[in-house]
Design a protein around this ligand. Structure first.
Ligand code: PLZ
Length: 457
């Protein structure tokens, strides 16, 4: 198969020589502070003019390399020609009718694609929504109706969203659930948290199966398997720090869930759609989730999310029990079909694996030279470095959030947008658009490497 290569509209070159934030961004910042709520924060101080491939340009003429993809969304680029054409075509016909009122074909076509691409060859049903949090909420709704049980098990370091139920499912208090200034609670009941497999931070090395057993014992002792509707897990945790569980952990959990009639929900909102070098992160572990939640990369930047699950679970819900005004909006569906076509035509899973090779090759060498990189991990183009206080990488592993912030700031200063994450705020994560070119990526890695060496020195 010949793989179609990416055509770029913007020059794929970093250039922040105009200086930033420039006057136009400064003016927008002033307008913003007068009308936009302070609770919404932005990590980059410039305002976007255009974006394509691996480049984001600002209103003052600077070009940044994008290693964040708008938090793992624009895997096909922020203006993939196929997505743009599909959106333009659809938007000129009808923007919305509401699938619950007068349905249309593209919703069905997306569901067909999801049945084909998600793990497992069982009969599947899908529902479409707008955001990742909404997908997670609905996966829980389905699991509760299908099992007649209420308890939901989530994991340490989990992130599932910012709505009330998903805040409760999310493991990190500040900033998502509360801060010293106050709490967004009360939170939804019947949420239970159990330990994750976090290989770098285990007290002693523990096999995946044993880490699963640790969680299962807790579930059985504290909740009772017969009360559990679902276990909800990110196969690779995102906001919590790109934590890849030990081999065997996910299959053991899935096996237990099957045995006990518990719905196994994989939250692939961040890890899905070629990001990890496969259609879904679950594929790497040979795990077939009962329900899978998807969003972000699914629609090339348009707001769309989905849940796909076993037909008998999904169809347990009464007609009219699932929906929403905008879920599966026709413009978003058109974008999804085009984005998926681009992923297939350009084999973006292979591209993600190629990015992994390039990035990990460099970072492994770097990790030997500096003493603040405690761990290097991830899959495909979902890669991360966990920073620790100098020399503690093999002993106390003291989180180094300060260095992490400084590194991200130093990269930005040079025109490379890099995101951080992690329960301890000490993880730099790399989420480039999968269509980024080798040269541009190499340039970004030069900047990142120099920043790390500087901060480590
Ligand atoms: N599940 C696994 O990663 C979103 C959120 C960033 P929404 N992650 C980025 C932030 O600070 O808000 C996410 C995720 C996983 C669910 C969600 C929620 O997706 O589309 O943001 O609702």
């Amino acid at each position: 198969m010949t793989t179609q290569t990416t055509q770029y509209r913007l020059e794929q070159k970093r250039d922040v020589s105009a200086g930033f934030p420039g006057p136009k961004s400064a003016e927008l910042a002033a307008r913003r502070s007068a009308v936009v709520a302070g609770g919404v924060a932005s990590s980059v101080p410039v305002y976007v003019a255009d974006a394509d491939g691996g480049i984001i340009t600002d209103v003052d003429g600077n070009s940044f390399i994008d290693l964040g993809s708008g938090i793992a969304v624009t895997s096909v680029g922020a203006s993939d020609p196929a997505v743009v054409a599909a959106v333009q075509d659809q938007v000129a016909k009808f923007t919305h009718t509401c699938f619950m009122v007068s349905p249309y074909e593209s919703y069905i076509a997306v569901a067909e694609k999801l049945a084909e691409l998600t793990p497992g060859d069982h009969e599947k049903r899908s529902v479409l929504f707008n955001s990742g949090a909404e997908a997670v909420e609905n996966a829980v709704k389905v699991a509760r109706i299908a099992t007649g049980r209420t308890a939901v098990v989530a994991f340490d370091h989990a992130y599932h969203g910012r709505t009330n139920l998903t805040m409760g499912l999310t493991a990190k208090a500040n900033p998502y659930k509360s801060s010293p200034a106050g709490s967004f609670g009360p939170f939804a009941p019947e949420i239970y948290r159990v330990p994750m497999s976090y290989p770098y931070r285990e007290e002693t090395e523990i096999k995946g199966e044993d880490a699963a057993r640790r969680a299962i014992t807790m579930i059985e002792k504290q909740i009772g398997a017969e009360n559990v509707a679902a276990i909800l897990i990110e196969p690779i945790q995102g906001e919590g720090g790109f934590i890849v569980p030990a081999e065997g952990f996910l299959p053991a959990l899935a096996e237990w869930a099957k045995e006990k009639g518990v719905v196994f929900i994989a939250d692939e909102v961040q890890s899905g759609f070629c990001r990890t070098g496969s259609w879904f992160a679950s594929n790497h572990d040979g795990v077939v989730p009962d329900i899978i939640t998807m969003a972000k990369g699914i629609a090339g930047g348009m707001p769309l999310s989905a849940i796909t699950g076993r037909a008998e679970l999904m169809d347990a819900v009464h007609p009219g029990g699932l929906g929403g005004t905008y879920g599966g909006n026709p413009v978003a569906c058109a974008a999804a079909l085009a984005a998926i076509e681009t992923m297939e035509a350009q084999d973006l899973s292979a591209r993600a694996r190629h990015i992994e090779e390039q990035v990990m090759g460099r970072l492994r060498k770097l990790a030997e030279d500096v003493d603040i990189i405690g761990d290097l991990r991830g899959r495909g183009a979902m890669l991360a470095m966990e920073f620790v206080k100098p020399g503690t990488g093999a002993t106390t592993k003291e989180p180094n959030a300060e260095a992490t912030k400084e590194i991200a700031a130093a990269c930005l200063q040079e025109g490379v947008i890099i995101l951080t994450c992690g329960t301890y705020g000490n993880v730099v994560r790399l989420l480039p658009p999968l269509v980024i070119g080798d040269e541009l990526l190499a340039d970004a890695l030069d900047v990142l490497e120099a920043a790390i060496r500087k901060v480590a020195a």
